[in-house]
Design a binder for this molecule. Structure first.
Ligand code: PEP
Ligand code: MN
Length: 260
């Protein structure tokens, strides 16, 4: 099944890369990132407005202050945006500036939020909970589908295992399983899966080879200064190199990158 997100199609023959910072931090940071990832071949932007941080003391996102920044960046790049909603009230608040709603790993089991998104016209990118069985993830998608919103994209973002050397463990089994057992597009978030920037390019190539429909990748102009998830943010230069190699991997499977 193909899901339309703004101007792009996810789940068709082409491979879609969504990229941007973990959090929108400032106009300069988001604009610089967006223009660069577009030049490198990303078809859609990501960027957090409200963040689900483990610590209440950590940066929680700009909230409504991000809205004007988003309008300027979308106008300058012509790219669509997916951003996370953490509360049903935010669905309406950001309807005018997003092309798709992201449900974060921590909210995969928030069925009232999923039911509300089932009543919305815009697509939903549903992250897998880090301790969710594949079956629970697929059933969570059903909450959105059952409400009448058929535009759901599954996103594997790594699960908790006994391993501590990496942030999570990318479960490529889940990608091939979900592709086989559902009609929904499946994308991979290698950034949260591994949590270490230098390991991300290889996971991008592996995801493409495994048959994912796309990727959602965190990038930042200055990862050391990032207000969230700096250790896993690709520099804009590394993002560009990764996209070039990704195109070669895709070509081996007779696929190519979707251009915005
Ligand atoms: C994110 O995309 O920045 C994020 C918080 O992801 P997850 O919900 O997968 O942890
Ligand atoms: Mn993040």
């Amino acid at each position: 099944m193909v899901v339309q997100v703004g101007n792009i199609q996810i789940g068709g023959p082409q491979f879609t890369v969504i990229a941007g910072p973990c959090s929108i931090e400032s106009e300069n940071q988001f604009m610089t990132t967006a223009l660069a990832v577009k030049t490198s071949g990303a078809a859609m932007l990501r960027g957090g407005i409200w963040k689900m941080r483990t610590s209440a003391k950590a940066f929680q996102g700009l909230g409504i202050e991000a809205f004007d920044i988003i309008k300027k960046v979308k106008a300058a790049t012509g790219l669509g945006l997916v951003s996370e909603v953490t509360d049903v009230r935010q669905i309406e608040e950001i309807a005018h500036i997003v092309d798709g709603y992201q449900i974060g790993a921590r909210n995969m089991h928030n069925y009232s939020l999923l039911k509300e998104l089932g009543r919305q016209p815009k697509p939903v990118l549903l992250k897998r909970g880090f301790s969710a069985f594949i079956d629970e993830w697929i059933k969570a998608a059903d909450y959105v589908l059952a409400g009448g919103n058929e535009n759901v994209i599954l996103c594997e973002r790594g699960i908790r295992t006994f391993e501590t050397a990496t942030r999570n463990t990318l479960d490529l089994n889940a990608v091939v399983y979900a592709k086989k057992h559902t009609q929904l597009p499946v994308i991979v978030d290698p950034s949260h899966a591994v949590g270490i920037a230098e390991l991300i390019p290889q996971l991008c190539y592996a995801s493409a080879a495994a048959g994912a429909d796309g990727l959602i990748i965190e990038a930042h102009p200055n990862p050391a200064q990032a207000l969230s998830d700096g250790p896993q943010a690709l520099t804009l230069e590394t993002f560009d190199k990764t996209m070039k190699q990704l195109e070669r991997v895709l070509a081996a499977f007779d696929r190519r990158l979707q251009k915005a």
